[in-house]
Design a protein around this ligand. Sequence first.
Ligand code: SAH
Length: 483
Amino acid sequence: MTTHKDRLSAFPVFLRVEDRDVVIVGGGAEAFAKARLLAQSSARLVLVSGRFDADYAAWAAIEGARLIEQAFSPTVLEGAALVFAATGDEAADRAVVEAARALHIPVNAVDRPELCDFFTPALVNRAPVAVAIGTEGAGPVLAQMIRAHVERLLPPSLGALARLAETYRGAVERLLPKGDARRGFWRDFFDGAPARGIAAGDTVAARAAADRMLERKAAARAGHVALVGAGPGAEDLITLRAQRLLMAADVIIHDALVPEAVVALGRRDATRIAAGKRKGCHSRTQDEINRLLVSLARQGKRVVRLKAGDPLVFGRAGEELAALREAGVSHEVVPGVTAALAAAADFALPLTLRGVSSSLVFTTGHDLGGDTLPDWARLAIDGATVAVYMGRSVAAGVAGKLIAAGLSPDTAVAVVENASLPTRRLLHGTLADLPSLEARAELAGPVMTIIGDAVAGADFAHSIPLAARAPALPEPVPTGDAR
Ligand code: SAH
């Protein structure tokens, strides 16, 4: 809070006077001084006096000011933006002041602060930059001293630099996001190579420097979204590229399936947003995520959209990519190790096997509605290996459809929960056993199911049977071996 005595009784403003009349009444030194000051603006000067000093009249002619050589009459003030009473005679000044006030035109009476509606500042002019110094009429000499200081402080080329800046305003607003990036550009502009170019009188060099700076900053700061595969969960199954992007990201938006240890590979000060998307608890809708990606990029953020496995496999990347494309946001995709590959690796299971299986299907049990045979059932019968994502809760449906389609109930099946992680669990069995998966409530992590004859080539040393007769409930203490 300012105390009352700190308050200005006259508030400084910059008044638009371009192409407007400013009337100065008086023909002597005081009027001449004001006319000179006003001539620094693009106001139209109207000079009124019964008698002009010769040097003043000569100057006015050169300036192109309008001279009205007649005694003051109120009609000369009509339409003026400002009026100056500078006759040197108190009664005459007072008459001008009254006439101006009658017309509601702000008026200044030279050296008579008590008659003034406004004061003229001591002016440092680097048009379009101006520094106006005011003392509310209290100390014109003080104002002039300050002016001398400021004159020394501001390079003569400042005006030209500011004019050049005006020509970059639009481009800067278009290319650089509000905030640090834009401020940084202007700081470098007024302090760096463009300023030096202008100071040296080399506008071409100044422009070239400003262009380069803008291009560099725009490229560096334009927002960018990377759809990054986090891999199946193990921190060391992420790609080097994904890791590099994570370390450069301002914002990391991750799915619930991505473990904390992987998210933690990002910069400590990056903003982390959990996008949810765990089955059954969608904390954000896909639309919300799409909008968030676009808006963060438009703020100039480097965004990593971190998805489990590979972003292009059951990751709804298609919708996010479409939103980014439509918004014209720069983006890229970084592949990751998809769950099927991690699960196969855990089982040392050849997904393709010479003479047995030569194609691989990535599918989900989730679109198994109705009685129609899924389009991949045919492939399975022809020997394809089938990797079922999000398949735990629909295991019976998948098995039933495949058996109904003619696939042998004895076809080998491998199931991996938490593939690649220390907490992984491996189960094996046949297609006939698969429905039992639905009852295994202890499988709380993500589950991958792989079906096909190639599965028979896996290593079952670390897996337990999936068989329906091996129930999920704890078995009664040792009466025998279920196997
Ligand atoms: N884009 C992911 C898949 C997302 S859909 C990828 O490429 O892997 C989610 C499903 O992926 C889960 O229901 C599960 O079937 C599978 N999944 C993801 N991570 C897994 C893991 N570590 N182990 C087993 N299955 C996993």
